[in-house]
Design a protein around this ligand. Sequence first.
Ligand code: DGL
Length: 263
Amino acid sequence: MKNNYNIGVFDSGVGGTTVLKEIIKLLPHENILYYGDSGNSPYGEKTTEEIQQLSRKIVYFFTSQNCKVVVIACNTATAAALHCLQKEFDIPILGVITAGAKTAVKTTENNQINILSTPFTALSKAYTREIRKLSESIEVYQEGCPQFCPMIEKGWETFENREQILKEHIEKLPKDSDTLILGCTHYPMIRSDIEKYFKGNIVDPAKETAKELKELLITKTMLNPSSYPGKILFYVSGDTEKFKEIAEKFLNFKIKYLFKVKK
Ligand code: DGL
């Protein structure tokens, strides 16, 4: 395994760019392959087996493209596939849920945490399990939001009823909780709208995930020693133009290398 090998980052679409952005900030010299599987999104309404199969295909792709580590920048794929992929592949694989749980437990002062996520992540109880490992006494409430991810993929601003839908979901959350985890990597893109209806602490697992990745690369002596900015290549299985438009706006830079891949 060479230090200048790539970091593979994937999501069901454009949402994982919220994690990518933090990784680039913390590890600017790393070469990164970002895979947005928008041709198969949303993952949040698929079965465990389907999500595992899609994720496996992407990790195979990464291993064929000289990746030294993989980040599952998707809560749904982390909940469904992290443990099985870690068993199947030799390279280290990180998810986002442990990082989100850790940050939220550190953040809450009244031991009540709300989570907004895809229906799959909510039903999987993956966050509750991770939070319980860190603290027995925390109350967790999870709300599955089937509409958000497809709306963000298509262009959040184009939906006139977006605030109404958002409000309806947030109103279902217990009012006493002081902390809300954005339990889907698409949601940091609509953070300013979420903040209108939730006034407590908002946790985005992306920063902590990037920190965990950096620590892992240091521990395994796999950091890229280059002093030049790393190359970021994008692979997208759905509408590449839409992906480019939304990702560039969020990342705040122009995408140079974008390849269409089969879904
Ligand atoms: N960004 C993915 C997540 O974090 C969205 C999954 C989906 O496609 O439904 O869960």
